[in-house]
Design a protein around this ligand. Sequence first.
Ligand code: NAD
Ligand code: MG
Length: 393
Amino acid sequence: MSDSKKRIGLLGATGSIGTSCLEVVRAHSESMSIDLLSAHSSWRELARSAAEFLPQTVVLTGVQASDVAANAFPSSVEVLYGEEALLKAVEVPEIETVITGIVGAAGLRGTLAAVEAGKRIGLANKETLVVAGSLVTQKAVETGSVLIPVDSEHSAIFQALACGKREDVSKLILTASGGPFRSWSAEKIAQATVANALDHPTWDMGPKITIDSATMMNKALEVIEARWLFGINARQIEVVVHPQSIVHSMVEFVDGSVMAQLSPPDMKLPIQYAITWPDRIAGTSPKLDISQTFSLDFEPPDLERFPALALGFEVADQGGTAGVVLNAANEVAVDRFLQDQLTFPEIPRLCRSILASHQFESNPTLDELLTLDGWARQEALRWTSSTSHSSPS
Ligand code: NAD
Ligand code: MG
């Protein structure tokens, strides 16, 4: 490893990924430092982290200066407001790696700005690739920006791919925990409450991705993410349910060898690896205890009980505008479900309905994608307020 510190910009510093990233930096203060922190509205929490890590700059994208107490931040820290300020702040030359821990399509512009500036990206915000995978990966090739996955499955694949040549890969196998409803009947899933869906068996994450895990939309988004990140045909991606979340994903090569990455479920490991790659350093993540008897189970996913997963394969295959529409519809559906304004099975139903009604384009521009994002959100809201869809078919 080089002598100089790895200098990090952390977007979404107050969330689940953000706080895990800060734990990684805290444990490696001799080799890592924070130049930039962002949050949407939780300024008190951001101020606490700013006092500890003393970044050059913090950005609050969802509040104004008048919402924030005077002297909340240390005087050495520049405090900026709004998304445009964030886009400028990620570009500063001192920052080497940008960790993208913002949730949803709201993370797209910050990630893209960092890609345009040629940064190393520790990509947690999978929605960026779901919405604009083609544009973002092309831009990364142009600028030399390296996209290192933080999503644990994609980090596993990224690591396993190092065992062979790209042209010798036959399949990417994404593991899925199966979420809290893995063993529930369709009838019981239909009655699932918000509290049931937020009760994830293996991972402690933000609310949006936790609901996505319960519907398995998270795995759908990850199929699309893998398609763009690794430039692979959607038909060469498979999903297998693995309830222990220890095998984080696998790569099958043409000779039939399957390479897997294993570790206890803990996001600090892929975050740290995104920062130190291609080096590895000792960290604080728990290690696998192989002194005790344990077993690893695998089972095929059930597309009937989890129809969201099928949408992921369809959208990954279609490309074009399908991803932005699926993502926007899902963001609205999850939000409405969390507000008790939609039932659990209506989440994938809404997404399929909005996807079916959109005007597909194969090569959209960024502006077209952003316009469609707005359109799909409006349509999804309209869908939730109409009652005709809720009659059983
Ligand atoms: P979270 O809800 O815990 O945190 C979200 C962060 O984004 C917060 O800091 C919040 O202030 C900020 N934010 C929210 N809305 C914003 C907006 N409109 N503009 C700017 N900033 C905004 O989310 P999370 O669970 O940490 O997930 C973050 C991303 O990482 C998601 O894309 C998720 O899919 C991905 N991811 C998370 C995990 C995990 O373990 N949590 C694992 C894999 C991938
Ligand atoms: Mg994941």
